[in-house]
Write a protein that binds this ligand. Sequence first.
Ligand code: PLP
Length: 381
Amino acid sequence: MQTPTTLYFDHAATTPLRPEAHAAMRPYLEERFANASSLYGAAREARKGIEEAREQVAASVGARPEEIVFTGSGTEADNLALKGAAWHAREQGRDGVVVSAVEHHAVLDTARWLKRQGFRVTEVRVDARGVVRLEELARAVDARTALVSVMWANNEVGTIEPVRECARIAREAGALVHSDAVQALPWLDVDASGVDLLSLSAHKLGGPKGVGALVVRRGVKLQPLLHGGGQERELRSGTYNVAGIAGFGAAVAATLSARPESSGRVRALRDRFEALLLESLGGVRVNGHPVERLPNSLNVCIDGVEGETLILMLDGAGVAASSGSACTSGSTEPSHVLLAMGLPKGIALGSLRLTLGDETTEADVDAAAARVVEAVRKLRR
Ligand code: PLP
């Protein structure tokens, strides 16, 4: 049997490498291989690649180049933000960490780990659309709060969070504000000036995997996670991944120039996908905020269908998609995001996440929607 061409609808998981990123990386994988921290000419060439990327990443979020700390992933940026800020603040007598209940596990599990280390951790609830409850956040923040962490946009349902309002609440109490903008930067204007710490990741916007950045605003003090050679102003030791960083810089620059056109186009395609599913199938519920949502993100719960089963069936039909649930120790657990939004476990288990990218076409959407409809009908039989 011939396998149908794969239609890729999992851009929130990762994106294809942009040609600009590939071109920027190539010299550092080949002739410009020197260690960027050495003192000779070839090392200075490598250093130049890093500094150019630092300017590109900083410009993409309105930060200064010296505020960028390159990391090995978005996960590491989140860990550095939370642990680094919490450890530093404890020395100042602040031991509270406040996060939203719908954070990525890189934030949520780090906060829970800090709780086991003796920090006071509060997970603030969200409403049915996935928006953090501001009045609850305000009640959770006090004079002993070290850090408030609320993501810019959610990776499962795409809901855009009121980061500015969260920052105001945190700052009135003298706490630092962190936001995970890993999913937001590919699609939204992200302005680092309203927060103290901001996490980014290269591979969500056409850069390579295994590179991220934490924006650390001037004057913000952190404890490092990694000690050693003292790179990144002592905040992140380890020999530079020069090719990866150069690829990140080029990808972010290409994303920013494509975004004004692509975000509207991709939003229209996403809306088309959503309409096709709603028209063709009964029992479909769209998750996330109806308006304040990432333009590439479509998350639905489909009655009578188990998410994992549907994903496997779609894989066979040539559609790469994702479900919010995670298979741990043999049993499928519903997404913590959908549960936090108040969905019953049985419904949350039927979730399907389809995330579009710059290269998605109308023909891709029509073909993928037809395959989803066919798969659901088969499963419901
Ligand atoms: N934060 C969010 C919101 C994400 O979606 C992801 C990736 O799925 C991460 C953090 C982790 O980024 P990385 O894959 O670079 O570790």
